[in-house]
Design a protein around this ligand. Structure first.
Ligand SMILES: Nc1nc2c(ncn2[C@@H]2O[C@H](COP(=O)(O)OP(=O)(O)OP(=O)(O)O)[C@@H](O)[C@H]2O)c(=O)[nH]1
Ligand SMILES: [Mg+2]
Ligand SMILES: [Zn+2]
Length: 319
């Protein structure tokens, strides 16, 4: 069965048998659109919808089917779309947490590895990289950092060292997706039909890398803005691709609004560097004054955060 190439194995087969009814087939969600899904069923792909019964059973938006999910699908009898009858319990789930009015959002399911892509150009931001890492840590997938656009960096080694110091134990690869530099080294992450998802800000080169790893121009790419190296949000929906060389890869749209994750007060958005460290404080409501286990003061002590920044933050909280 070709679903094996998508990572289907005996474990999934067992899960499937507990939910599968008469006339349904196993499949994997490869495309997620506003009104429908694309599901790979062996060699073919079908368009599918979630019946109201499945939507109502989902307590959270992130419980609904998403790219990477293994599902039980009922093909339609006529011309209409197939229906997703059940979502198999996920091995990993990359979920963007709720912030403010938003509800949690599933970015990808059942991924083994997450490539956190960052640009070594004017868009590089260590605090933002930390927030991406925090999201991956919650997913149970393995994080890997890809520092892309080596051709635009004057001091690659220093940046890689800086990343490794803040994120010990996380593999870091300096690559040039456009020219394919360092890309062969990434093949190892797909061995055993593993699934990899790419996340990162718009314009860091996720789709450029996808095309290199697929060996074809599957995804559109677009130049970044010259003045700040930001992307133009070229990719607009999440899509899973099967690689001829083994494994699967998921492209995602560049994430925005990362600064407001978990922000309890609007003021926190202006101090997203401090917010990134604060996620590691022992107490959720830590004021970073004298509380034990304060990750913000620890960051200042280790020279990762400017003491003046913390002073400015403390002052803003008092006024
Ligand atoms: N100089 C240089 N540019 C690169 C490299 N990799 C990608 N780019 C360029 O960066 C720009 C953005 O690339 P995309 O692949 O569209 O970025 P993306 O991360 O998919 O962006 P969104 O889809 O908006 O999230 C394009 O002009 C790419 O050619 C690289 O290694 N070096
Ligand atoms: Mg893209
Ligand atoms: Zn603190």
């Amino acid at each position: 069965m070709t679903l094996t190439q998508f990572g289907w194995n005996e474990r999934w087969q067992r899960e499937y048998e507990t939910v599968a009814g008469e006339g349904v087939l196993p499949g994997r969600v490869v495309g997620e659109h506003r009104t429908h899904y694309q599901i790979a069923i062996g060699d073919s792909e079908v368009t599918a919808e979630t019946p109201g019964r499945v939507r109502n059973a989902a307590a959270l938006r992130s419980d609904l089917p998403g790219v990477g999910d293994f599902v039980a699908v009922r093909p339609s009898a006529g011309d209409g779309p197939a229906t997703i009858e059940a979502v198999l319990p996920r091995s990993t789930a990359l979920v963007r947490k709720a912030s403010g009015k938003e509800t949690p959002q599933l970015l990808a399911a059942n991924v083994d590895v997450v490539f956190i892509v960052t640009g070594l150009d004017g868009d590089f931001n260590l605090a933002r990289l930390e927030r991406f890492l925090a999201l991956v840590r919650d997913s149970r997938a393995k994080p890997v950092i890809l520092a892309n656009k080596v051709d635009l960096s004057k001091d690659i080694e220093a940046t890689v060292r800086q990343i490794s110091e803040v994120m010990p134990g996380v593999p870091v690869h300096a690559i040039g997706a456009r020219a394919g530099k360092g890309v062969p080294d990434l093949e190892a992450y797909f061995v055993g039909n593993q699934t990899v998802v790419l996340i990162g800000s718009s314009g860091v080169g996720k789709s450029t890398l996808i095309n290199k790893l697929l060996g074809r121009a599957a995804q559109a790419t677009q130049d970044v803005r010259a003045h700040d190296s930001r992307g133009k949000h070229t990719t607009t929906h999440r899509q899973l691709f099967l690689r001829a060389g083994g494994g699967a890869i998921i492209d995602t749209p560049g994430m925005r609004g990362l600064e407001t994750w978990n922000a309890t007060e609007p003021a926190a958005a202006n101090f997203d560097d401090i917010g990134a460290f604060a996620e590691h404080c022992r107490f959720r409501n830590c004021r970073h004054l004298a509380e034990p286990g304060c990750a913000v003061r620890a960051a200042v002590a280790q020279g990762q955060l400017d003491a003046a920044r913390l002073a400015a933050y403390t002052k803003s909280q008092r006024s």
